[in-house]
Write a protein that binds this ligand. Structure first.
Ligand code: LLP
Length: 421
């Protein structure tokens, strides 16, 4: 459920009409709902009720300071994957002991910054990385808490570009080598082994792959404990999918996911961490865009809109589907038109949807891309010198611009002309 509904014939974000925001902010823009972010965070938090747990929002999904602060104020931890994300989490007021550091390529500098600023744990992805964390921790005279990310060789049954838990993927260490790697970790004085980490992919629409992975983690916990390791925390990653197409059957709910966690891992007495990103932010955001032209092609009509692949790359990159709806509610029973919905960028990949049924639209009409809150604004670029678009946060009947649209000069002035020119 989200808080983007038609009211008085206009699509609202909570109590604010998207037409009103468009009039003040201009299009295109991202708009997020506080109530939806809050609700989604709480669904996970409540799903793990009764277990010692921390929901660490995977901030790669949407990392605006206002979104982070909204979630941090609810008690969320953060899953970060870069020095920049670590700095953003700290800037939003998240204490170090609620920040976990994931990612396959943590640099010396990133590891140092996290150790100095405070970190809940590093999720270690390889032995070379383990050696560097040990070295940096020793040089600072501290001990780094770590889990090792194991790759359980499970098929997440999702898009190949976002599956991470198969043995051919670059993530984690093969679960078959875990005992050896943990023994090595335990011998390094700069490290303290506290648990196990696993993340098998994103946009999972079934529970079965999670079950297979978590059963392997349960077995591994017992094995490592028998080897003498103090395994007290399990980081189970993120990945629960969202319904991108309202007409399709829905993925499992957080409560069902929580029940699976309790069933597969509850007996171990471990503290549980999860790292959901998409489910918290995805349906908490829409991308609002305006039709520039309606162009009749051969056998098809194009809606040329002012958002483009640089603003929302998911359709071009993953063949992703986003529901597209008119901001002004269509008259009941109106005959649908069929459009290819495209942006102004100079490549054919800049196509959001092909042959999509919508009510007939005209230039200057507004449309909203639903489910755009996760991996939308954060994956945007300035390709074609299109400045990054604004982000707006709604809370009840209030809204605020949480990242404004840069001017062309701001964009241009980031470049520097060398002295010889
Ligand atoms: N934890 C780790 C270690 C991850 O790599 C990810 C996502 C998450 C948690 C959060 O997964 P989520 O709950 O959001 O599924 N750009 C792609 C998605 C990439 C996901 C990368 N890792 C997309 O637009 O579909």
């Amino acid at each position: 459920m989200d808080h983007f509904l038609y009211r008085d014939g206009v699509l609202h974000a909570e109590d604010v009409a998207l037409t009103e925001i468009a009039a003040q902010v201009g299009t295109p823009f991202y708009c997020y709902s506080t109530a939806t972010l809050t609700r989604h965070f709480r669904l996970f938090d409540e799903a793990l009720d009764g277990m010692d747990h921390l929901v660490c929002y995977a901030m790669k999904a949407a990392s605006n300071q206002a979104i982070l602060k909204t979630l941090a104020d609810l008690g969320a931890g953060m899953d970060v994957v870069s020095g920049g994300e670590y700095a953003r989490a700290v800037a939003a007021g998240v204490p170090g002991d609620r920040i976990v550091f994931s990612g396959v390529g943590k640099t010396h500098e990133e590891i140092r910054a996290a150790l100095v600023g405070g970190i809940r744990q590093f999720n270690v992805e390889s032995e070379p990385e383990m050696a560097v964390i040990d070295e940096v921790a020793q040089s600072l005279g501290v001990v780094a808490p770590i889990t090792v990310r194991v790759n359980p060789d499970v098929d997440a049954k999702t898009h190949a570009k976002i599956a991470t838990g198969k043995s051919e993927n670059k993530f984690g260490i093969p679960i078959s080598r875990a005992r050896e790697v943990y023994a090595h970790a335990a011998s390094l004085p700069g490290l303290k082994v506290i648990g196990i980490d696993v993340h098998i992919g994103s946009q999972l629409t079934e529970l079965e792959p999670f079950r297979l992975a978590y059963q392997k983690v349960a077995d591994l916990t017992e094995t490592l404990r028998a080897d003498g390791h103090d395994i007290r925390r399990l980081d189970l990653g993120g990945g629960l999918g969202i319904p991108y197409e309202r007409s399709n059957s829905a993925p499992p709910l957080p409560i069902e996911y929580g029940a699976l966690i309790k069933e597969t891992l509850g007996h171990l007495g471990c503290e549980i961490e999860i790292e959901p990103g998409r489910l918290i932010a995805g349906n908490a955001g829409v991308l609002v865009s305006q039709v520039i032209y309606v162009k009749s092609g051969e056998g098809r009509d194009f809606l040329i809109v002012d958002a483009a692949m640089n603003d929302l790359i998911r359709p071009a990159m993953y063949e992703a589907h986003h529901d597209i709806v008119p901001v002004v509610e269509p008259t009941a029973g109106i005959e649908q038109a069929r459009y290819d919905i495209v942006g102004p960028v100079c490549e054919t990949g800049d196509t959001f949807a092909r042959q999509r049924d919508l009510p007939p639209l005209e230039a200057s009409d507004l449309i909203a891309f639903r489910s755009a809150g996760a991996y939308g604004a954060v994956m945007a670029s300035e390709y074609n010198s299109r400045p990054l678009i604004p982000e707006v946060l709604v809370n009840g009947d209030q809204f605020a611009v949480i990242r404004r649209r840069p001017t062309f000069d701001e964009m241009i002035n980031r470049d520097t002309i060398p002295p010889w020119l």
